[in-house]
Design a protein around this ligand. Structure first.
Ligand SMILES: NC(=O)c1ccc[n+]([C@@H]2O[C@H](COP(=O)([O-])OP(=O)(O)OC[C@H]3O[C@@H](n4cnc5c(N)ncnc54)[C@H](O)[C@@H]3O)[C@@H](O)[C@H]2O)c1
Length: 303
């Protein structure tokens, strides 16, 4: 089968692309390499250098001809950037998704699996977070990702394009972003640890997050693409089984800590209910955080 992977030069997309090639599929990566890295592109993948903000849908659709499915990862997944630059981030995260859906529809693709985000939940009083809860996006990024979900379910209802939205909860693993002001918290800790600087925590570190290993996220994508029970615009959580506090993660580095002001738009707690995900695509995480995180620290040379 032929599959399109938008954002396939990014962290999760390149891991998925590698997996699909290993499984014997033809993979076409569509990426503008804004944050994606060429060295991440797996051997055997065809690369189309393309910016999904382009309104040339015909050309985009021509790249998707003959594909069974599209895994849509491309985005600028950074909360602070979306607050600083709401227009630019909306162009990538909203129009990038809309253009992908229109092109997939026009090319006759069977299904699109969309990378949604748990940030759509915002600050919920009740945990675990369930897809039926009223979303409370706290940042332009969260709102943009939520709009993508709504476009996905509309495209099924209006045009019959099968879609599944997967709401990821903090994805980690080898290949995750390590540089720049918007690198995820682990990677910032790693950089500070190796530079022998104190680890910086925004707020008091009591914020909790559910972390999901990238290999589990890839498996959820494959199952969402193949499942006969899903495809009608569903929104499914892809969450780890428990949550961990930021302070707990910092403590695992066994290193001095400095506390900074809380960040605007930061969600205090996150943990997803995965019952619907289990039911519709038969997925649950396999990699326990303690093991996945230790392996990452070894991979980084921290242990
Ligand atoms: N990493 C996480 O913890 C996490 C959590 C929730 C949701 N997500 C979602 O998962 C997806 C993948 O995340 P990631 O961590 O791999 O991100 P990433 O930044 O590593 O990869 C994103 C890729 O998209 C490409 N891209 C960005 N804008 C583009 C455009 N306009 N046209 C073409 N390509 C473009 C980038 O070059 C990059 O290769 C994103 O949609 C993100 O919102 C990620």
């Amino acid at each position: 089968m032929k599959y399109i992977v938008t954002g396939g030069a990014g962290f999760i997309g390149s891991t998925l692309a590698k997996r699909m090639i290993r499984d014997g599929h033809e993979v076409v990566i569509i990426d503008n390499f804004s944050t994606g890295l060429r060295e991440r592109v797996p051997e055997g993948a065809t690369v189309v250098e393309w910016d999904l903000t382009s309104e040339d849908i015909q050309t985009l659709a021509s790249h998707m001809q003959g594909a069974d499915g599209v895994f849509h990862f491309a985005a600028l997944p950074r909360v602070p950037f979306s607050i600083a630059e709401p227009i630019i981030s909306s162009k990538h995260n909203v129009f990038g998704t809309l253009h992908t859906l229109v092109a997939a529809r026009d090319a006759g693709v069977r299904r699109v699996v969309y990378s949604a985000s748990s940030s759509a939940y915002g600050n919920q009083p009740v945990l675990p977070q369930h897809p039926d809860m009223k979303p409370q996006p706290l940042s332009p990024y969260a709102l943009q990702k939520l709009m993508g979900e709504h476009f996905c379910s509309q495209f099924y209802a209006l045009y019959g394009l099968e879609t599944v939205s997967l709401r990821y909860f903090n994805v980690y693993g080898p290949g995750m972003a390590e540089d720049g002001a918007y690198a995820p918290v682990f990677a910032i800790f790693k950089r500070q640890y190796l530079a022998k600087e104190p680890l910086t925590i925004c707020g008091d570190g009591s914020q909790t997050r559910s972390f999901c290993h990238v290999d589990d996220v890839v498996e959820a994508n494959v199952k969402a693409m193949m499942s006969e029970k899903a495809g009608k615009g569903e929104v499914l959580n892809v969450s780890g089984p428990t949550s961990v506090s930021i302070k707990d993660i910092a403590d695992r580095f066994n290193h001095p800590i400095t506390y900074l002001d809380p960040r605007p738009g930061d969600v205090p707690h996150s943990l997803g209910d995965i019952e619907r995900t289990k039911e519709l695509i038969d997925w649950e995480p396999k990699i326990h955080f303690d093991h996945g995180f230790e392996a990452l620290l070894k991979h980084w040379g921290v242990r």
